[in-house]
Design a protein around this ligand. Structure first.
Ligand code: PMP
Length: 326
């Protein structure tokens, strides 16, 4: 089920059931399917957790009706939470490190949320600390905290993963997914491993990110341009579970950028840098399966395209690599 054919009463009912599209330039014999999360109303994968986390938190009394949610976020989660908060009668405040795209911050504000910036040099940790300080000051506020909230991964276990398995009649050999909070990969991986414990599970991070260290792989920490995935400090992430993962592939900014441009030009996908990285990594895994270097229960790879390039036009996403990274 990947369409919304019936009229619905709320934008929340249009979240999920996104299309799964075969990529056109993978290796012979091992199809790669990308789930286009740009089809969500907030144009990213994070609409799913916005709705799922807030509905469950209201049910459990973690946030009171008409209360406030405060989230440290790079942007897409803010947009997803803002859409859901408004529909569910909650106020929303987002704490965003300055370096993240202005488009996302404008959209959060347009959806009725308050946006507070923290200095780029304080990183995501600075935003997380500020969100908790603010929540302590208000008595009706809660921090969903996507980096540690199991509801984040559960949203994907309950929605994204079953949609993939239904669309492919269960024939999934490998899942290759970029990790920011790792909620998307963890939810899909847990579901996939229940279907078949031999499913090959691969995390994708930018070169410069250090998730690979959890696999005793050498990683040199550095800045990277790919937005939405990767970490400089694995201890801030409580969802990433190395036991569910077979491999972590690090993708260079240059390769992700070339691929996102190719995806637009040759395949009509207006997707951003984390999707570029996911596509490069998926082709590597498909090649490993085609060459017999990796065993997978089916010769099929599934990946996620998390968000849209339109959100990064001001950052020169379609310009040359040098202009994009300058
Ligand atoms: N790509 C983009 C553009 C994102 O905003 C995010 C979320 N940070 C991801 C990928 C990764 O998703 P997750 O947090 O579920 O690992």
């Amino acid at each position: 089920m990947t369409t919304h054919e019936e009229p619905v009463d709320s934008v929340l009912e249009t979240i999920g059931r996104t299309p799964l599209v075969r990529l056109q330039n993978g290796p012979e014999g091992v199809p790669i399917y990308a789930k286009l999360e740009t089809f969500n109303p907030g144009a990213s994968v994070k609409d799913r957790i916005g709705q799922y986390m807030l509905e469950r938190m209201l049910e459990r009394g973690d946030v009171p009706p008409s209360g406030t949610i405060i989230e440290p976020t790079a942007g897409n989660t803010g947009i997803g939470l803002a859409i859901a908060a408004e529909q569910l009668g909650l106020d929303a405040i987002f704490v965003v490190p300055e370096r993240f795209s202005v488009e996302k911050q404008q959209l959060m504000a347009a959806l009725g949320a308050e946006v507070i910036n923290t200095p780029t040099e304080d990183g995501m940790d600075g935003a997380i600390a500020r969100a908790h300080d603010l929540a302590d000051e208000l008595d009706d506020a809660a921090v969903p905290q996507q980096f540690s909230n199991p509801l984040n991964a559960e949203a994907h276990y309950e929605t994204t993963a079953p949609e993939i398995y239904e669309a492919l009649d269960g024939e999934v050999g490998a899942v290759v997914v970029g990790c920011g909070t790792a909620g998307t990969l963890m939810g899909i991986a847990r579901y996939a491993l229940e279907q078949d414990p031999d499913t090959h599970v691969v995390a994708v991070e930018p070169e410069g990110s250090v998730y690979g260290e959890l696999f005793e792989e050498d990683r040199e920490e550095a800045e990277y341009k790919i937005e939405g995935i990767g970490t400089h400090d694995t201890t801030t992430n409580e969802l990433f579970d190395p036991d569910l993962i077979d491999d972590v592939l690090a993708i260079a900014d240059r390769d992700a950028h070339a691929e996102l441009k190719r995806l637009a030009r040759e395949e009509g996908h207006l997707v951003a840098s984390s999707a570029g990285a996911a596509s490069v990594a998926s082709k590597r895994v498909a090649q490993q399966i085609a060459d017999g270097d990796v065993e997978a229960p089916h010769e099929t790879v599934v990946t996620i395209f998390p968000d849209s390039s339109e959100r990064y036009l001001s950052k020169g996403i379609y310009r040359s690599f040098e202009e994009w990274t300058s």
